[in-house]
Design a protein around this ligand. Structure first.
Ligand code: SF4
Length: 379
């Protein structure tokens, strides 16, 4: 006897849900109703979806399911940041972080279990890569945060949205998991689900050039580029993907993206590492790169990120004085620049500290020997 596989409904954007409903002999509006029950009301039990016909609820119970992620732990930082660790099977765990501010609530979502890019200043990069998350696993992080926070006493009295912004800046390189990322973004933006604004939904990439334009066509949300170095020699070392897609190509792709983007600039992330990329020579090279004496310059906002140290990296955070010097010099050169406030440090939830727990396939030394050339940090 053939055993029928049940369908996880968190996998579907609305188009996918409509196709699935069609297969059950149901009209598109039934799919939209089901979609709203799941994403807007956080319902997983078909029996309680009271405005669906009984016959549909019966069909669903034998063909489909809604399975949230399984929570391993929750940590709350003194500044209100919450970090959740989820089990995604086979000894892999991923992290999701909620960052509350007075005027917004930002959820930082993971796209992969681990990451293959291996940036030297990122704890996830040191974990190795295990696998891509499915669409269901990506969206289930938002589903969980939204419906958990709604029930928590400090948030449930709020009239405004609890999660106003999503950043794909957790574990993983989102554009290396494109197939699963795009439907998840569509669910985030869908008014029948979370209805997030395209301006407040950001994909952060280390520079997967061919996928940047595709993202513009498929789900044009805000774009952030992890730049971290002003020259190819240094970026090759800090962000090894740079060897495949060097800075000029990546910036060109980002410029092209502005045709589709909801904002007229790209955010450039620059993590400040003491003595590595924070010196005068780097400031000058960065200004030359982004605001050359001829030409219009690159339309960007630079977000300087104080490094959050972790022991394997051997790297140190730039001093506050150096961060200020760096930021002042960029502002003096006419560039737009902000310094990111570090949040959730006491629970290792700050930028670059997300490590989850990954079944590494290769040892760190082997992996790094393959991808990291020996380059002087100040070159
Ligand atoms: S910074 Fe992003 S792309 Fe680089 S290793 Fe970390 S998760 Fe991967």
């Amino acid at each position: 006897m053939q055993v029928q596989q049940l369908q996880q409904l968190l996998e579907f954007d609305r188009e996918g849900m409509i196709e699935f409903a069609k297969g059950l002999g149901e009209k598109p509006f039934r799919a939209t109703q089901l979609f709203r029950w799941i994403h807007q009301r956080g319902m997983t039990d078909f029996e309680h979806m009271s405005d669906l016909a009984k016959s549909l609820r019966e069909k669903l119970s034998t063909t489909a399911f809604v399975q949230p992620l399984s929570l391993i732990s929750e940590h709350r930082a003194k500044d209100g940041v919450i970090k959740w660790l989820f089990d995604v099977g086979q000894s892999n765990a991923i992290e999701t972080v909620y960052i509350p501010e007075s005027d917004r609530g930002t959820l930082c979502i993971s796209s992969q279990a681990g990451c293959a890019v291996g940036c030297t200043f990122c704890s996830t990069g040191y974990q190795g890569f295990s696998r891509n998350l499915t669409t269901a696993e990506i969206i289930a992080q938002l589903w969980f945060a939204e419906h958990t926070l709604r029930k928590s006493p400090e948030y449930n009295a709020r009239e405004n949205r609890i999660i106003t912004n999503v950043v794909m800046m957790g574990m993983g390189e989102p554009l290396q998991n494109y197939t699963h990322l795009v439907p998840a973004l569509k669910i985030m933006l869908d008014d029948h689900a979370y209805g997030l604004s395209r301006r407040r939904t950001t994909v952060s990439t280390s520079g997967v050039v061919p996928m940047i334009e595709r993202l513009g066509l498929d789900a044009p949300v805000a774009l952030a580029l992890s730049l971290h170095a002003p020259t190819d020699a240094l970026r090759d070392e800090l962000v090894p993907l740079n060897r495949k897609y060097p800075i000029a190509e990546v910036l060109d792709a980002c410029k092209g993206y502005l045709r589709y983007a909801p904002r007229d600039f790209v955010t450039l992330e620059y993590c400040l590492l003491d003595g590595v990329n924070d010196q005068e020579v780097h400031i000058n090279a960065l200004v030359d790169l982004l605001k050359p004496s001829k030409g219009p310059g690159f339309p960007c906002k630079i977000n300087l990120i104080p490094f959050n140290p972790f022991k394997e990296s051997g790297l140190k955070r730039s001093s506050n004085a150096q961060i200020k010097r760096f930021s002042d010099a960029l502002l003096d050169a006419g560039l737009v620049c902000t310094v990111r406030k570090t949040r959730g440090e006491d629970i290792d939830a700050a930028c670059g500290q997300l490590a989850g727990d990954i079944q590494d396939r290769t040892s760190i030394s082997e992996r790094r020997a393959k991808v990291i050339p020996i380059v002087s940090p100040l070159s």
